[in-house]
Design a protein around this ligand. Structure first.
Ligand code: AMP
Ligand code: MG
Length: 345
C-alpha cells in the first residue's frame, strides 16, 4: 500500500491504479472514500471485499462534472416533475454532499447498485477528488473507506489504520471539512424521499423541491434489510455507545454518579451542556468529557463527530455516553449516526 500526500504526481499515480482496476482511498468534503472504477465489476468486487460490505448494500458513484451524469444515470426515464427537481438540486447543491438516486445506465454493473434499477450519484465538492475522478474513468464507486459497520474515516490515517493493505493507495488530503456522509435523496418517486440524513440539510433540499415524503418507518438489520443501506446498526465504534438527551444524561449522572465507574466517556454536544452536567453532578470519579462544539455550532460538531469517536474508541473506555444534538440542520445527521451507533450495543 502506498500512502501519499495530495500532489499532481500522487493523483496521476492513483488514477493509473484505478484505471487498472485497483483501489484508491481519497479525501472528499464529507469523509474519505474507497474508490474503484464504477464501470469495472472486478474493481467493485474488490471494494466489497476490502470493506467486508454485504452485496445488498449498493455503492455511491462519484462524478466530477454534470455532463458525466448521463454516463451513469438514464435521465430519459424520469418524468417531467422529477426532471425539474433534478435540475434545481443539481444547479443549487452540486458539487456538494447530496447523493441522488436516479435510474441507472446499463454501463453501470449491477454490483454497483446491488441489482437495483437505480444508481446513487454524487458530485463531490473537493478539488483533489474531482481531479482524481477526471484523471481516471470519470466515475468512481466510492463508499466510505472503513470496514463495514464501523466509524467512517475523516482522516487518511483512519483509512490506513482500518484498511491497511486492502487498499492499493491512500491519498492524504488532511481532515475532512464536513465530517459526515452525504444526504441520500431518492427523486424517482412522486415526492422526493431522504433515505439517509447527511451533510446536505433537509431544510435546504425542501426549500428547492417542496415537501418531502416521510422517511421510511422501519429500518432493517444487517440480517434482514428493509431497503439497502438503511441498516439500523451502522457507523459504530467498538466501544458500546448509548445516546441521550441532556436531561437523561443528568438523571443518569445522579443515579450513577461515576457514570460508568470512571471508565465511561461522556460526549457532549456543546459547552453549556457539559457545564450543566457538571453542576448537577454529585461526587464520583471524573469521567472523560468531550465536547463536539464548545459554542454549539452544528457544522463544527458534525465535522468533529467521527474524529472524536475514533479517538474515544482507541482510548479503552468501557462505554461512550453521547448527547443528542438539536435535531435541526446537520443535527439530524449527527443524531442519525448516534442512533445507529447505539443500535449495535
Ligand atoms: P456509503 O457508501 O457507505 O456512504 O453508503 C451509501 C448509501 O447510499 C447507503 O446507505 C446505500 O444503501 C445508499 N444507496 C446507494 N445506492 C442506492 C440505491 N440505488 N437505492 C437506495 N439507496 C442507495
Ligand atoms: Mg459508509
Amino acid at each position: 500500500m502506498e500512502f501519499l500526500a495530495i500532489s499532481d504526481a500522487a493523483l496521476v499515480r492513483a488514477a493509473a491504479i484505478l484505471c487498472r482496476g485497483g483501489l484508491a482511498a481519497f479525501p472528499t468534503e464529507t469523509v474519505y472514500g474507497l474508490g474503484g472504477d464504477a464501470f469495472n465489476a472486478g474493481a467493485l468486487a474488490k471494494i466489497f471485499a476490502a470493506k467486508g460490505r454485504p452485496r445488498f448494500d449498493p455503492l455511491i458513484v462519484h462524478i466530477a462534472s454534470i455532463a458525466a451524469l448521463e454516463k451513469v444515470a438514464d435521465l430519459s426515464l424520469l418524468d417531467g416533475a422529477a426532471r425539474k427537481k433534478l435540475n434545481l438540486l443539481v444547479e443549487r447543491l452540486w458539487p456538494g454532499p447530496l447523493t441522488l438516486i436516479l435510474p441507472k445506465q446499463k454501463a453501470v454493473p449491477d454490483l454497483a447498485t446491488s441489482g437495483l434499477p437505480t444508481v446513487a450519484v454524487r458530485f463531490p465538492d473537493h478539488a483533489a477528488a474531482q481531479k482524481l475522478i477526471t484523471l481516471s474513468t470519470g466515475a468512481l464507486a466510492a463508499p466510505s473507506a472503513n470496514p463495514f459497520g464501523y466509524l467512517s474515516p475523516t482522516r487518511a490515517e483512519h483509512v490506513r489504520d482500518q484498511l491497511g493493505d486492502k487498499v492499493d493507495i491512500i491519498l492524504d488530503g488532511g481532515p475532512s471539512k464536513l465530517g459526515v456522509e452525504s444526504t441520500v435523496l431518492d427523486i424517482c418517486g412522486p415526492l422526493p424521499r431522504i433515505l439517509r440524513p447527511g451533510a446536505a440539510p433537509k431544510e435546504a433540499i425542501e426549500a428547492l423541491t417542496g415537501p418531502l415524503a416521510r422517511p421510511e418507518a422501519a429500518a432493517g438489520t444487517a440480517a434482514a434489510p428493509v431497503s439497502p443501506g438503511q441498516l439500523k446498526s451502522h457507523y459504530a465504534p467498538r466501544t458500546p455507545l448509548s445516546a441521550y438527551s441532556l436531561e437523561e444524561l443528568r438523571s443518569l449522572s445522579r443515579e450513577n454518579a461515576d457514570a460508568g465507574k470512571g471508565r465511561a466517556a461522556l460526549l457532549f454536544f456543546d459547552g453549556p451542556s457539559r457545564d450543566a452536567w457538571l453542576a448537577g453532578r454529585k461526587g464520583g470519579e471524573a469521567a472523560a468529557l468531550r465536547v463536539l462544539s464548545e459554542k454549539g455550532d452544528v457544522l463544527e460538531a458534525a465535522a468533529r463527530l467521527f474524529e472524536t469517536l475514533h479517538e474515544l474508541d482507541r482510548s479503552g473506555f468501557s462505554r461512550i455516553l453521547a448527547q443528542f444534538a438539536p435535531e435541526a440542520g446537520l443535527g439530524a445527521a449527527i443524531n442519525d449516526r448516534l442512533r445507529r451507533a447505539a443500535f449495535a450495543c
